[in-house]
Design a protein around this ligand. Structure first.
Ligand code: 9MR
Length: 469
């Protein structure tokens, strides 16, 4: 079915991005045998997710998000400050866009986050509240937001970052005004709003066994004893290269032994720039170790990376001089970390030694005819590598909601906005330096923006547009 072929079409997207960017990055072999993380994860009984930025969900960014991951977390779009910056003034478009994208691509959504001291609107932070009035504002917010997405969210981060490093409660406005009980109140409100969602307590620097995770452990035990509906603990995992806590797996295990699920919710592993081969190799081992620790414990449900590409990471802004914290580089090329994740998920076809395979492709996309609601396009794919291609799949994402209605000289399928065109028996082989052309009719409305990016057997192609629009 189509999703499967979409995933096949986008794996390893990055190799030939070197044609576009013009620079090769050492040690990043991304051959056409690159694995699909979401399929590997599913076979291990976990999910593999990424945080996303709603406004970036087009082109290659959308194709990799849909192709590689089976869960998405809106990086910012569901935070209180995003959805209700002014009391009673709701802005759902970003959050809606992420949920719609996920559903179109067969992905789950981690809702992030209902109650947090940060990115909190000033009307909440600075309101003059009594314990009762702030509790009501908080539970109303939960009812509104979790209610809006009822049945469409697999995990909610109900309360985020409730602790200080020494294990005392963070003095957020909720803690100061409502008191210790705000956390139980928040979980009860979330359960009432969306009974199907698994409800998580999420925090950072709680990956290993330490004072902060001890406090979280004690709280979870006490909430469970009181019958408060908590289902899981989120370990954010904003880590530093070479510093994966040695007690990570034991910590996951002790929480799971309390009767809650555990998820790694915001994994990134930063380094001081520039990235070197040695640091990238260590980072590979670190992503692999974190993923393995989750796979090893039955109640660890999955891992989410906090941005899959270095071009969409919070690290350089918050830690000057540091970065390169995600599994794909800024040009969407998989880094060794990506293969480390795949290996932890059971993949054994790692790239061999030596340089990237010589290969590449160049796509010409021409709209030959366009009328109200319809168009005809011709796609020519040139094999710019030095070896013939035997069997091809060309992938792209429509930027403005187009759909394929008919195709010739290729077998075309579409899932959500993502399209895969595969060879027919008579045109499977494309000689080195040769090309293949296929055509399609499509439907459009509003705009008929040409695709910005194409892949050939998972590798990105150079693109030219002789007849845009
Ligand atoms: O990724 C988010 C970034 O775009 C925001 O600027 C930042 C503001 O605090 O929040 C980032 O996400 C945070 C997440 O919501 C909670 N854990 C820490 C993450 C990194 O700051």
């Amino acid at each position: 079915m189509k999703l499967q072929s979409l995933r096949r079409a986008v794996f390893g997207l990055s190799t030939a991005a070197l044609l576009v960017a013009g620079t090769a990055v050492p040690g990043h072999a991304a051959g056409t045998a690159d694995p699909v993380l979401r399929d590997l994860a599913a076979a291990k009984g976990v999910y593999y997710g990424t945080a996303v930025t709603a406004s970036k969900l087009t082109g290659t960014y959308a194709a990799v998000t849909a192709g590689q991951f089976d869960s998405v977390t809106p990086g910012n779009e569901m935070k209180w400050g995003s959805v209700e910056p002014v009391r009673g003034d709701f802005r759902w478009s970003g959050a809606d866009a992420v949920v719609d994208f996920a559903e179109a691509n067969g992905q789950k959504v981690r809702g992030h986050t209902l109650v947090w001291h940060s990115q909190l609107p000033s009307w909440v932070e600075n309101g003059s509240w009594t314990a009762e009035s702030l509790r009501t504002v908080m539970t109303d917010h939960i009812a509104t937001e979790a209610g809006r997405y009822k049945g469409r969210i697999h995990h909610w981060d109900v309360v985020n970052e409730a602790f200080e490093e020494d294990g005392t409660r963070r003095p957020s406005v909720f803690q100061r005004v409502v008191g210790d009980g705000y956390i139980a109140d928040a979980f009860r409100a979330a359960r009432a709003a969306d009974p199907a969602a698994k409800l998580y307590l999420n925090d950072y620097n709680v990956e290993g066994i330490n004072a902060k995770s001890d406090a979280m452990y004690a709280l979870v035990r006490s909430l469970k004893a009181q019958g408060v509906p908590i289902d899981g603990v989120g370990l954010q995992a904003h880590l530093i290269v070479g510093q994966v806590p040695s007690t990570l797996q034991a910590n996951i295990k002790r929480f799971s032994d309390l009767g809650v699920d555990v998820a790694v919710t915001e994994l990134d592993i930063r380094m001081r720039l520039p990235a070197t081969e040695a640091k990238l190799a260590q980072q590979k081992a670190d992503f692999k170790a974190v993923t393995q620790a989750c796979v090893a414990v039955a109640r660890c449900t999955g891992v989410t990376v906090w941005g899959f590409t270095d071009s969409d990471s919070w690290i350089p802004d918050f830690f000057p001089g540091e970065g390169a914290a995600t599994p794909y580089d800024e040009g969407f090329r998989p880094k060794p970390a990506y293969h480390g994740i795949a290996e932890a998920l059971g993949w054994s076809g790692g790239p061999g030694p030596g340089p990237d395979p010589v290969g590449g492709c160049a796509v010409t996309y021409a709209v030959q005819n366009q009328w109200n609601g319809g168009f005809t396009a011709q796609v020519t794919v040139r094999n710019t590598g030095t070896a013939p291609v035997d069997g091809w799949r060309v992938g792209w994402a429509w930027p403005s909601g187009q759909s394929v209605t008919q195709a010739w000289n290729a077998s075309v399928s579409q899932s959500g906005t993502s399209v895969t065109a595969a060879n027919l028996p008579y045109n499977a082989v494309v000689a080195a330096g040769g090309s293949v052309t296929f055509g399609l009719n499509g439907a459009w409305s509003g705009a008929n923006t040409p695709p910005a990016a194409f892949t050939l057997n998972g590798a990105a192609c150079a693109v030219s547009m002789p007849t845009a629009g």
